[in-house]
Design a protein around this ligand. Structure first.
Ligand code: FAD
Length: 542
């Protein structure tokens, strides 16, 4: 029985960054009453992330948002290439080609071996994504968004969390919720209040970044269109094309804000007319929280993992947190989620946070290796200058790829040792940052496969648990259905005749949970369906 009585909301989300907004949408689409508070008055035009990776786009597809995000982001035909340059006019030292979204979609359409995801990546600036997510969250009847509302403090007891909120006028109010989720970024008050520490490498490098508007630069770049131009210099300069191709960001280690205008001109190395609406500083960290919450309070996104954006694993990891937590909160509030379900959030997502901090470390080390090959003669028209350029390009051709090609970190993560995943005997496939090997090993995300009618299997799977019956198996799914029914959990069976799916998945039966991660697989019905259903729903530990 769902308790609504004395609570102001079921879930109080603190922070309307991309992670808090994604969680609000996920909860709202599941009918959960959620209140999202944000200290700022509105989404800000601050340059931060700009690439949703393929897995995040698959999650947005399940929320019905992928096409809207693509329409608001970088046009599909635009280049996703990466360059290492001395300027935007000199011959590039290295050009790493990557498919545009249009090209990637064609590759995906032609791929039948499960090695490519259903959705390709999408470049969309965080300052475009946040207002879009906000506009979606606002349409959901059970979600309330409150900007200009700052969390001041909170306390929890066995039944609830009570938060003190400072409103726009400075007055305070109280919100009593069943759960609180801190999506409040790197300096999270929620994390600090719980006394949870971040461990790892903090304050590694301080850079300035600026946002520029320059309407014609993109069209005028003579050396080839791309999304990232890394400048081989002593300041770690990097130029990033934003989603409308009229805005750019530049990161550089310079002394003063004013230096960022000159650095932009130096990088462009051609006459440019531009505005610089924002300059700020940011600090690189590689940090992970010791825990992901306590009791009725959970943490997600930058509140628990801070990475260097090499590899784009910041927001993308946070979106994964939100999706893992969303259905577990809904299940618990709806009464069918057992006591172990929310506890599994930390087990599942902290290992991904740890892994992605390690992946980001791996990528940033690669970046440092090629940057160490910089010498001050790099622009000289001398044999020594040419040798410096050739040497740096040779090293970067290996090391820079670590940043841009971590497809295994993006797609291949698997929840190891989760109490809500069936413990199949054996080790399971090894994790590999650079390669994605499709697998249905329990804990993995279901690999994409096209069905015989050219539909994607993911699009055929509903929002509850699903038993896939593959390749015409006659195995009886009824006892498992009855076991889920007795718990009150949503369950359906999907018969998939496709040989391609059976071959790729390697088993006749696959049990999926609402987030498309595999709970169990086999060729015969589970020997103890009640136990499997109890584990999957958190009523019994694996
Ligand atoms: C230069 C740069 C480039 C990046 N590129 C990428 C990329 O390509 N891909 C990627 O995945 N990631 C990237 N990132 C990282 C990405 O920007 C962050 O991981 C992402 O913003 C984290 O989202 P979040 O919602 O967890 O936190 P945040 O975006 O930090 O949002 C937290 C929100 O909480 C609010 N808040 C804080 N305290 C309170 C309070 N007490 N009460 C109410 N509200 C509060 C804040 O105002 C803020 O709006 C990049 C970051 C930088 C700096």
């Amino acid at each position: 029985m769902r308790e609504t009585g004395s609570y102001d909301t079921e879930v109080l989300i603190v922070g309307a960054g991309p992670v808090g907004l994604t969680l609000a949408i996920d909860l709202g689409q599941r009918g959960v009453r959620a209140t999202l508070i944000e200290q700022k008055s509105a989404p800000q035009r601050l340059p931060k992330m700009e690439r949703c990776n393929a897995r995040t786009m698959e999650m947005f597809r399940r929320m019905g948002l992928a096409e809207r995000i693509r329409a608001a982001g970088l046009p599909a035909h635009c280049s996703m290439d990466v360059f290492i340059v001395t300027s935007l006019v000199d011959p590039p030292l290295l050009h790493l080609p990557y498919p545009s979204v249009a090209e990637a979609k064609k590759q995906i359409a032609a791929c039948h071996d499960g090695t490519l995801p259903l959705e390709p990546y999408q470049l969309i600036s965080q300052y475009t994504l946040e207002p879009l997510l906000k506009s979606v969250a606002e349409t959901l009847p059970t979600v309330s968004l409150r900007y200009c509302h700052e969390l001041i403090s909170f306390a929890q007891d066995a039944q609830s969390v009570t938060a003190q909120i400072k409103g726009a006028g400075g007055g305070t109010s109280t919100i009593r919720a069943q759960y609180l989720v801190g999506c409040d970024g790197g300096s999270s008050i929620v994390r600090k209040t719980l006394g949870i520490k971040l461990a790892g490498e903090g304050n590694l490098l301080q850079l300035r970044q600026a946002l520029y508007r320059c309407d014609d630069l993109y069209e005028r770049i003579p050396i080839g269109k791309g999304r990232h131009y890394h400048v081989a210099d002593a300041q770690s300069t990097q130029l990033i094309v934003q989603d409308d191709t009229r805005h750019f960001t530049l990161h550089s280690v310079v002394e003063k804000d004013e230096d960022m205008a000159a650095m932009f001109e130096k990088t462009c190395a051609m006459p440019v007319k531009f505005d610089m609406p924002y300059v700020g500083q940011w600090t690189q960290h590689l940090l992970l929280a010791e825990r992901y919450g306590e009791g009725r309070v959970f943490l997600a996104g930058d509140a628990v993992h801070l990475v260097i954006p090499t590899g784009g694993l910041g927001m993308n990891t946070g979106a994964g947190d939100a999706v893992d937590l969303g259905w577990k909160l809904a299940a618990t509030l709806q009464g069918w989620g057992g006591p172990g379900l929310l506890k599994s959030y930390e087990v599942e997502r902290r290992q991904i946070g740890e892994r992605n901090v390690a992946a980001s470390t791996y990528a940033v080390r690669g970046r440092r290796v090629w940057r160490a090959a910089y010498k001050s003669d790099i622009r000289d028209n001398t044999p020594e200058g040419a040798a410096t350029r050739a040497n740096l390009a040779r090293i970067a051709n290996v090391e820079q790829r670590k940043t841009n090609e971590m497809i295994g970190a993006e797609l291949g993560y698997r929840y190891v040792g989760s109490p809500v995943i069936w413990p199949e005997p054996g080790e399971g496939p090894a994790h590999d940052f650079m390669n994605y090997v499709p697998t249905t090993w329990p804990g993995a995300h279901l690999p994409h496969v096209w069905l015989d009618d050219s539909s994607a299997i993911q699009d055929r799977i509903g929002q509850g648990y699903t038993l896939l019956r593959l390749g015409g198996t006659q195995s009886d799914g009824a006892p498992l259905a009855a076991a889920f029914r007795s718990i009150g959990a949503p369950f359906s069976t999907l018969d998939v005749r496709s040989d391609a799916a059976r071959d790729l998945y390697g088993h006749d039966l696959i049990l999926l949970r609402p987030d498309l991660h595999v709970v169990w697989r086999g060729n015969r019905p589970p020997a103890d369906p009640a136990k499997l259903a109890a584990i999957a729903t958190g009523h019994q530990s694996a």
